[in-house]
Design a binder for this molecule. Sequence first.
Ligand SMILES: Nc1ncnc2c1ncn2[C@@H]1O[C@H](COP(=O)(O)OP(=O)(O)OP(=O)(O)O)[C@@H](O)[C@H]1O
Ligand SMILES: [Mg+2]
Length: 329
Amino acid sequence: MRSPLLEIRNLGVEVPVPGGGAAAAVDGVDLSVAHGERVGLVGESGAGKSLTTLALPNLLPPGVRIRPGSSVRLDGRELVGAPTRDLRAVRGKRVALVFQDPTHALNPALTVGSQIREVLLVHRGLRGGEARAETLRLLSEVGLPDPARTAADPPHRLSGGMRQRACIALALAGEPDLLVADEPTTALDVTVQARILDLLVHLSEARGLALLLVSHDLAVVSRTCHRVAVMYAGRVVEKGPVKAVLERPLHPYTRALLAARPRLTGPRTLPAPIAGSIPAPSAWPTGCRFHPRCPDALDRCRREAPPWVGLSPHRATCWLHWEPGGGAS
Ligand SMILES: Nc1ncnc2c1ncn2[C@@H]1O[C@H](COP(=O)(O)OP(=O)(O)OP(=O)(O)O)[C@@H](O)[C@H]1O
Ligand SMILES: [Mg+2]
């Protein structure tokens, strides 16, 4: 069987904490993405989603480091500890990133076209007329109506939605195998958001491109992805096919996230908010980290980290479903 495109094993990311020392903001994450597969990573603010994605091609901010014992393999090749030269070859070429705020991803002083041509030159050796033609083709592929005009524009001339499309074109310029998109639609209004998500699905299908999509919103992931991993306080607490996780969530946190979703159809009930928020990495609770907010917490949940339960591929870490001897209730 072909190995997964991306295989993250036991990923830990340590951040500095006030008063000195470090805490694992990402703590033992396992996650894989197959060629052409779309995987969602969801959770509230502070779950560790962005640090997980930034760790992949090691783009972590200063002072933040990958914990020894972590492994990130791309097509079987280890990236943790790889020389900077190799990581540079991976970034933009094999793995491209799209961020929440397209303003920061584009250089305000350069035209959109010249930024795409730069990537075409560095990663594909294209120049001159060939690079110009490919730039227009990419801008048209991401649904920009007037590619020649957009190519000549500086980023500030574009609307938010157009700017995010331009960023996606820039990300595609290196012909990556994996697109990592961190909240790519959060800054956009709802209609534009839906169109960008549909574009990502279309590109993934047309190009066989794998997608790792970060979102705080399960609705976004269910519209877009095959599988989902739910993160809480640095750990993945549930993962599985999107349909199974949404229809039969195992973890009380996933259930709470689903209950907090505003409903677009059916009775107009107010979303039930999840009380509280994820604490800072230096203050994570013992046992199951969700226990202080869990309506069903048992004594054991306060003391011992929960085991994985459920039948592969849909699994969660929760004592409530645990039965001595294995399996889930
Ligand atoms: N450079 C840093 N220094 C110290 N702590 C950090 C740093 N970057 C992130 N953290 C902390 O690590 C935790 C996880 O951060 P991360 O940005 O990965 O969360 P997230 O799940 O992406 O949240 P959001 O939905 O708000 O983007 C947070 O508590 C955050 O404050
Ligand atoms: Mg984030």
